[in-house]
Every structure is written in structure tokens, then in C-alpha cells.
Design a protein around this ligand. Sequence first.
Ligand SMILES: [Zn+2]
Length: 341
Amino acid sequence: MRKDPREPAQDTHSHEVVDPAATRASAPVAAASALVLELQRTAGNRAVTGMLQRDTSAAPSSSGPPAAPGGAGPVGDASRPEVEGLLSTFASASGYDAKNAAGIQAVRAVIAAYSMSTKGLRTMRFKPDLNPKNDAETGEAEDNERESVIEFGPGSFPKGFAWLVHITAHELEHVRQNLIGAYHRGDEVEPVSEFLAYNGSVLQVQSVPGPAGKGLLGALATGAGRGPGLPPLPPDLLADQPEMALAMFSRMPSADQKKPQYRQELAGSRDKLLERLTNEAPRALQPPRKFTPEWTRWAEGKPPSDDPFTIEYQDWADAIKGPWEKVRAVWKKFDANFKVG
Ligand SMILES: [Zn+2]
């Protein structure tokens, strides 16, 4: 989560790393290690596929008592009261140490509740003077580019439980990428890395640890004990995530844009946005049945009736003032990537 949603979507952050780009730009990828990198990326891709599958098949775990895999602590959304309490503590705390303690404790509660992988994470801290364009940043450790440091700025903590969960998942995706290494091309903005991180927020998925004892490969694969899906972002915070994912996709080299795993990610987000519109948007903005004239009008952002003196038109006019119209509009942009001819 690099971007404050109150800012326009095109106003992106400039750089991922705390450390100057020099180490990354000059990082040699020895020929001998190329095969290993390829294997690792394949493992990562399988993890993505697994998460996509989980995303569409797993039921929300909101019913029944949560069962922690490690035997301790609340799972998923059950951590909300604890995390919200810590966010309140953060808000009222004065002094750096108290804020850092409450903020990072909230992040740790999120990590535990969602079984997020912290492989490759060296440390995390609150950074009051983080570039205000970003709510959080992940950088490489100065002495080891495969290890990461996450800094959470003031924007991480005042926007509620779901926001903190998504910020944490976004930055831990960068931690995973740094651990693999192969995502870095030395560009100022790394579109593939950011595409995956922002897209994960739409799909509500996170990196989870693999089976123990499998080394790096195991850590990157999505294990049987997959974590719970991330909570849905509230609609006013949602649209910026797919906007950023698409902006990053459009900046990816065309060879990357054609890769099946990334297209699958893109299609997954398109479908997730449609699902959320169907289930949560005001009635006037819910998608009609596909391949009807009503569908075409809806998809193009037109009112359901040309006559402004109808209830349908008035309901629609009210609905488009809310955040779901932005979600519909960004869904349309996703869908345009799958038009034939
Ligand atoms: Zn990012």
C-alpha cells in the first residue's frame, strides 16, 4: 500500500526502496543461479494460483468459533476488536515509543490473525516522517538485499482495521518479492511488483508460509494451511487499489503483460470487482444480467433510463455520487483488457 487514497490515482510514489537504487540496479544475476531463480518464480506463481483458487472457493470464516492454526489468538476478522483497540491506543499515545509499540503490535496481531508469511522480514517500525505520499514502504536491508525492512507511516493507522490488514499484506508481498529477488529490474517504480501487491488487495489474498523445512521454495509456496482471506476494503478505500494495479499493469513490459499468470491475476480482479458490485453496490448500480441491453447501459456508465423524471433515473443519479460508481468504472477498465478484436 504505497499510496494514500485521498490523492489522485496517478500521483504515485516514486521508489520502493529505502536504500538507494544502486545496489538493486547493479545486482548481478549470475548465470549459475538463473535456474534457481526460475524455480523460485514458478513456486511463487503456483502460490498465486493457489490463492486465486482459495479466493473463489473458500467461504468466509465469519461463522463459528475461530480456530487458530498455531493454537493461539484470534483468526482473521476475529482479530478486529484487538486490532481496533491497538489503533485507538496508537491514536491517543503521545511520544514515539508509545506510538511505535502500539502500531507495530497492531501489525503483529494482523500478521498472526491472517497467517501472513514474514519470511525475509528483518524488522518493522513506525516512521512518523515517512514520505506522506505513501502509507508504508518496504526497503531492502542495507547489508542484505534479500531481507526487508517495513516502515509504516502515519497514514497506516487512522483508516481502520481493513486498511491496516491490506497495507500489511501489500508490504509483505514486497518482502516476498525481495526475498525472491527476480522481480527487480532496477527501475524507479517496479510495475510487476506493484501490480501484484495492489492486485492482491482486490483479490483479498496474502502470502502465507509454506510447509516447514522446505527452505526457500517451501516458504514461497502456498501451503495447505492457507490463511484466511483478507477483509473486504470498504468501498471508499477500494477503487484506488484496482486503479493502481491497472496503472502498474499498463507500465509492465508487454512480454510480462502476456504472461498467463498475470493475465489470470487481472481476470481474477475483474471478476472480484464485479462480484463486489453485485453483492454490495446500491441497487441502481448493481450489474444487470449479462448480454442484455440493460447490461450494456450499466457497463458504459449510462443511466438505466433516458428519462430523468423516473425513479430509476433518480436512484441511479444518487448512486453514482457514492464510491461504488468508481468501482464500476475501474471494473470496466479491467474488462477492456479482455475484449477480443
Ligand atoms: Zn507497493
